[in-house]
Design a protein around this ligand. Structure first.
Ligand SMILES: NC(=O)C1=CN([C@@H]2O[C@H](COP(=O)(O)OP(=O)(O)OC[C@H]3O[C@@H](n4cnc5c(N)ncnc54)[C@H](O)[C@@H]3O)[C@@H](O)[C@H]2O)C=CC1
Ligand SMILES: CC(=O)C(=O)O
Ligand SMILES: [Mg+2]
Length: 370
């Protein structure tokens, strides 16, 4: 198969979807890899590194889309790429369709095969291609929350860990999955007073076992959430209903009773955000304020630490990409557990229910088109 490695063009996105080591593996499996010029520089890989690994360097994305059977990205295709995608071409990347109707309708028109990293399922009912980036985003969420709590950044001026004789910050984490657990561990490690909310009792039981004493896992309810939000110095939104639009858990009304200068980090923004007042922001302009509460809503947080993120992401994606290249998408989906759940769109048909439901569009079960 001919595989295309595209350069990321989303604002401040420095990851790359395949490392030179990944190219070597693809070559060993008999495939040709075309890498867009400078695709790896943001992650520390030069064109020469890719050439040494056996790739061909290509000048433009158009040539890659024209020549490849499967194209890979990190982030969703951007508008300038929509018309370059070809019928039956496999596009393997993060899509987060349920948060973006324009992207959904544009991809339907391409008649391509859209396989979304974020909905591939693992054998433990996990999300193996989302998990590494959720680890990064969760850890970063705490760094960003602590930073924007500083007065010079517009925050209320509280140190997460406090100091001797002075109380630490109160950090509320909503959602105790991968993002939430990593965020809570970092905040607890800094010495903050952490509460982590989830609805899933089994998950809460697990968190109760592994979390340090300054982190309380609690069962969420609207009343408890309202009470804790009023008292919090920082809130990290980390909920997920896989592939679907995020529920709005903190409303505009609730902001009025929160502390001025407190910080909301909405990690779930890539699925539409879990705070009513969230809207996507970028690394260059990451925050805005509503009712005196700072909102940080960067939809590609791991893009800020590409050296770590590219390695973590490609460790997880490469084995699936190799299966897709070796077998074609239909056979790979039959052979590899959980891969067919990643197929969100086939030749204009939506094959992921959460995406169809988000926009009231027709849903075609994947087994009907496999
Ligand atoms: N902004 C960014 O750069 C990034 C965003 N993400 C996003 O972060 C979000 C979380 O991802 P993961 O932690 O990997 O998901 P996960 O599936 O591991 O965890 C989600 C947790 O939320 C809980 N939950 C669902 N509804 C809830 C509710 N109403 N109240 C309380 N808890 C609720 C679930 O029980 C689950 O434990 C996703 O939207 C993901 O796409 C992930 C990586 C990077
Ligand atoms: C998960 C995701 O959207 C990201 O890593 O950018
Ligand atoms: Mg988008």
């Amino acid at each position: 198969m001919r595989i295309g490695v595209l350069k990321e063009i989303k604002v401040e996105e420095n990851r790359v979807c395949m490392t030179p080591a990944g190219v070597e593996v693809m070559k060993a499996n008999g495939h040709t890899v075309l890498v867009e010029k400078n695709a790896g520089v943001g992650s520390g890989f030069s064109d020469d590194d890719y050439i040494t690994a056996g790739a061909e360097i290509i000048d433009t994305p158009k040539e890659i889309f024209d020549q490849c059977d499967m194209v890979m990205h990190v982030k969703e295709p951007q508008p300038s790429e929509y018309e370059l995608i070809r019928e039956n071409q496999i596009v393997f990347t993060y899509f987060h369709f349920a948060a973006d109707e324009e992207l959904t309708r544009a991809l339907m028109k391409t008649n391509s095969i859209a396989i979304a990293y974020e909905t591939v399922v693992g054998t433990h009912n996990d999300l193996p291609l989302l998990t590494p980036m959720s680890e990064v985003a969760g850890r970063m969420a705490t760094q960003e929350a602590a930073k924007f709590c500083e007065r010079s950044m517009g925050g209320l001026g509280i140190l997460f860990g406090g100091v001797t004789g002075v109380a630490p910050a109160k950090v509320l984490v909503i959602g105790g999955g991968i993002v939430g657990t990593n965020a809570a561990l970092m905040a607890a490690g800094l010495g903050a007073d952490v509460t982590i909310l989830d609805l899933d009792l089994d998950r809460l039981r697990y968190l109760s076992e592994i979390m340090p004493a300054n982190c309380r896992p609690l069962k969420s309810s609207p009343a408890l959430l309202r009470e804790l939000a009023q008292d919090a110095d920082a809130v990290i939104g980390a909920v997920l209903v896989t592939g679907a639009k995020a529920p709005k858990l903190i409303t505009r009304e609730m902001l009025k009773s929160m502390k001025k200068g407190s910080v909301l980090v909405d990690v779930a923004i890539d699925q539409g955000g879990c705070f009513e007042t969230s809207r996507p922001t970028t690394h260059t302009d990451p925050v805005f304020e509503v009712e005196g509460v700072i909102h940080y809503c960067v939809a590609n947080m791991p893009g800020a630490v590409p050296v770590t993120s590219t390695m973590a992401l490609t460790n997880a994606t490469l084995p699936y990409a190799v299966h897709l290249a070796n077998k074609g998408w239909r056979q790979a989906c039959k052979d590899v557990f959980g891969l067919k759940e990643g197929v969100n769109m086939v030749n204009g048909k939506i094959t992921y229910k959460g995406v169809a439901d988000a926009f009231g569009l027709d849903y075609t079960p994947i087994d009907e088109v496999l």
